[in-house]
Structures are given as structure tokens and as C-alpha cells.
Design a protein around this ligand. Structure first.
Ligand code: T4K
Length: 401
């Protein structure tokens, strides 16, 4: 094949994003039925029956006593910080995460202290707690990147020994586990994201998983402005409710999840087979420590590949593969943090190495069979390797240097 960067027609006619929403025709049909039901009931939001049903389903799937459905994961985290009284001091937080994880700390009046990662999981290296938790540290926030659960037993042990609270960003980890333990089961509250691009979606949405009944009640009050009952406001809440329409989409998706996961796993296996012989493309293994939902597929670009990571991504985009570098450059290198004196000397070598070489590839495809999608993306990656020197030269000529 010829690459689009050398003037060929793009390999894919339609753009293929990493975040392509997963919606089966049966899911769509069930969704419309549930929406009709909500309209007939004329109950559209504020802790409705569909929200309650969804909460029960999510809790039981994660073997957790409580799930509180929220407008999104960002507000779920914000309300968790409020419920736990985390309002000042420092928080040890993974730098390899979506920016919201760090931003919510700032919104809560806390100072994020960015931690390095464990290269096997891309999640917070627990020993960073020992290095970074100073006298003003109040909490630790690991993120289960790509649904690979962080080393929670060790994180809990080190945090408890230092009197630190733990809040977990489990945005990617719906239906994932570590050694059989699901998010919410390690003794710390965790929050999931149900954004449109996630394995399980409610358009926008999220949930807090906890075995603590008091905390679950606090989350339900906080998402509803702090109302503890009629005309009775006891906390500084916000509007973080999820609607019946969002819950309907979630409920409609549930029966499809087992098959969805199997399909995504097949996509993974197919990528593994296709890319096995390509020098310098190293697979990020997602199921080494437990179950994964396989929503993401990522590879690291090592020097033997020939072309640099950014050249590979640049070439993929020309062929209509909208590959991503999640979560490049890391929260610590985003201008909002990087440009402040307190963050000037932050050095996280493992994070920089991983985020300087990672590529997340599409795992679902728009308008084509997934087998053709995987084959097409793999062909592009193989060709970039074969024509690495030319690809690099082409990119230099495009960028004028
Ligand atoms: N923690 C972690 C670890 C997270 O990953 C996230 C969210 C959060 C916390 C916060 O959760 P929420 O508060 O959102 O519940 C997207 C999402 O906006 C964000 O929710 C998500 N992480 C993040 C990983 O991905 P971008 O900036 O990559 O989105 P965007 O607009 O570039 O979309 C990705 C691709 O998907 C595009 O090529 C377009 C395509 N797309 C997107 C949507 C929404 C579609 O084809 N259809 C769609 O409906 O952040």
C-alpha cells in the first residue's frame, strides 16, 4: 500500500476515531422503549426510577454495595472531595491521567503533587506515595488507565500508614478488575465515567462506587444541591444529577455488554496478530493483572520502529485514522500546571517515556467491519515502519524544517 502522506488516497474513506461510541441496533431499540416509558411516566430527572434501576445494576456488576449515578465523572470526583472533607492541603495524583483528575483537586482547593507511573500498568507507582506525601498531604488519587487497575492493595497500605485518604479515578474501569477485585472493593471510593466514548456510556454520566452507606447517601444529597430532605439543605451541593434519559441509555446498553467486550477482545487479538512482527511496536498488555473491558488498544513506539511516534500519528491521521497519544504530555506538562513555579522542577521519567511513545488505536470502526479496520490500521503502521526514513523526511518538509 502507499501512505496518504506520499499522496495516495487515504486508506479509510471515513475518519476512524479512537472515541467512536459503541451502540448496537438492539441498544438503540431498547433505548427508545425506555425513553417512551419515561415520557409516559412524565418523570424525567431527580432520582427517578430509571436512575435507581441503573444504580442497582452498576453496583451489583461491581460487587459493590452502592453506586450513585452522577452527571459525569468530573462532578462525581468533585462531590467526593467535598463529602470526604478534602478542601485544603496536597494530593498525590497520577500525572498520566485525563486533565480533569488534577483539575478537580484545584477546584477543591487542593494542590496536586504529580506522581510517576509503573510502566507495566501506566498507573500510579505506589512507592511514589513514600517519595511525595509530605506533611500537608491529605489524599492519594490513582487512575486505572485504559481499565488496568492500579496496585490498589499496596496503595491502600501505604496511604493508610500515612493517614491519607484514597479516591480512585476508575473512569476507564467499568467491568474491569484486579485479581478478581472490582473498583469500589479495595476500601476506597472510586468513580466511573460513562462519557459517550467509554466502554459503557450514558451519553454523559458517571458513578461513585462505595461500600460506605453514609458516603453513598452524601453523594446523593450533594448531587442534588445538598438537599437531605424537603426544604432541608445540609451541605454545599451542586447540580450533578443524571437524567432519566441518560439512565435509559445505560440500561439499554447493559444486555449488550458481554458481547461488546468479546468483540473488543477479538479486536485486540487481531491487532496483536497483525502487529506481532513489526519491529519496535510494543503492545501495552491490558489483562496482565485482571479482567479488562478492552475499550482501548495501545502500543509503544520503540526506536527500532524507525519512525518516531509523532510521525506515526501524523501519518495515521492523513490516512483517516485518528490515533491518540493518551494522556500526552501528562498533567504535569500541561501549560496550566507547567508554567507555575511550584511545578517547574517536576521530573517524572517513567511518565515522560511512556507518554512520549504511546499510541492509542481505534477499537471500533465507522461504516466498516472491524476486521477490515484492524487490517487497514495495521497495514498503515507496517508501511510507516518500512518507509520510516521517507516518512520522517516528508514530515520535516511539511513542518518546514
Ligand atoms: N478521568 C479519566 C481517566 C478520563 O479519561 C475522563 C474522561 C475523566 C476522568 C472525566 O470523565 P467525564 O467527566 O468526561 O465523565 C474525551 C472525553 O471528552 C473525556 O470524557 C474522556 N475522559 C477522554 C479520554 O476522551 P477527548 O478530548 O479525547 O475527546 P474528543 O472530543 O477528542 O473525542 C475523541 C474522539 O471521539 C474524536 O475523534 C471524536 C470522537 N467522538 C467523540 C464523541 C463524544 C465521536 O465519534 N462521537 C462522539 O460522540 O476527551
Amino acid at each position: 500500500m502507499e501512505l496518504a502522506i506520499f499522496g495516495a488516497k487515504p486508506r479509510f474513506e471515513k475518519a476512524q476515531p479512537v472515541g467512536f461510541p459503541l451502540v448496537e441496533s438492539e441498544t438503540e431499540r431498547r433505548f427508545h422503549e425506555l425513553v417512551d416509558e419515561a415520557f409516559r411516566r412524565n418523570y424525567l430527572t431527580n432520582d427517578g426510577p430509571l436512575v435507581r434501576r441503573l444504580e442497582d445494576e452498576i453496583a451489583s456488576r461491581h460487587k459493590c454495595a452502592h453506586a450513585a449515578f452522577m452527571a459525569n465523572a468530573t462532578l462525581a470526583q468533585l462531590m467526593l472531595m467535598k463529602a470526604l472533607g478534602l478542601e485544603s492541603g496536597a494530593v498525590v495524583v497520577s500525572a498520566d491521567t485525563f486533565i480533569s483528575t488534577a483539575h478537580v483537586c484545584e477546584w477543591s482547593g487542593l494542590t496536586p503533587v504529580f506522581a510517576d507511573l509503573d510502566p507495566d500498568t501506566l498507573t500510579l507507582d505506589p512507592e511514589e506515595i513514600v517519595r511525595l506525601a509530605g506533611p500537608d498531604a491529605k489524599a492519594v488519587i490513582p487512575t486505572h488507565v485504559f481499565g488496568v487497575l492500579a496496585d490498589m492493595p499496596r496503595i491502600m497500605e501505604l496511604s493508610r500508614a500515612r493517614g491519607l485518604q484514597v479516591v480512585v479515578d476508575a473512569a476507564h474501569a467499568f467491568d474491569c478488575d484486579r485479581d478478581g477485585v472490582s473498583p469500589g472493593g479495595f476500601g476506597a471510593p472510586e468513580f466511573l465515567s460513562f462519557h459517550a466514548t467509554k466502554f459503557f456510556s450514558t451519553f454523559e454520566g458517571g458513578a461513585v462506587l462505595t461500600n460506605d452507606e453514609g458516603l453513598a447517601k452524601a453523594m446523593r444529597d450533594l448531587r442534588n444541591f445538598g438537599f437531605a430532605g424537603v426544604d432541608d439543605v445540609r451541605a454545599l451541593g451542586i447540580n450533578a444529577k443524571g437524567s432519566e434519559i441518560s439512565a435509559a441509555f445505560g440500561l439499554a446498553s447493559l444486555p449488550a455488554l458481554a458481547e461488546r467486550r468479546e468483540r473488543l477482545r477479538a479486536v485486540h487479538d487481531a491487532y496483536d496478530r497483525e502487529l506481532a512482527g513489526v519491529p519496535g511496536l510494543r503492545r501495552h498488555r491490558l489483562d496482565r493483572f485482571g479482567r479488562n473491558n478492552h475499550r482501548y488498544y495501545a502500543v509503544f513506539v520503540d526506536p527500532e520502529y524507525g519512525a518516531g511516534r509523532d510521525t506515526a500519528v501524523w501519518a495515521l491521521w492523513h490516512d483517516n485514522v485518528l490515533a491518540r497519544r493518551y494522556f500526552y504530555p501528562g498533567a504535569h506538562r500541561m501549560a496550566y500546571y507547567r508554567d507555575r513555579t511550584a511545578y517547574r522542577n517536576v521530573s517524572l521519567p517513567a511518565t515522560d517515556k511512556a507518554l512520549g511513545s504511546i499510541i492509542a488505536l481505534p477499537t471500533a470502526f465507522d461504516g466498516i467491519d472491524w476486521r477490515d479496520g484492524v487490517r487497514g490500521v495495521s497495514e498503515i503502521l507496517k508501511t510507516i515502519h518500512e518507509r520510516a526514513e521517507d516518512a520522517e523526511a516528508r514530515r520535516r518538509s511539511f513542518s518546514g524544517g
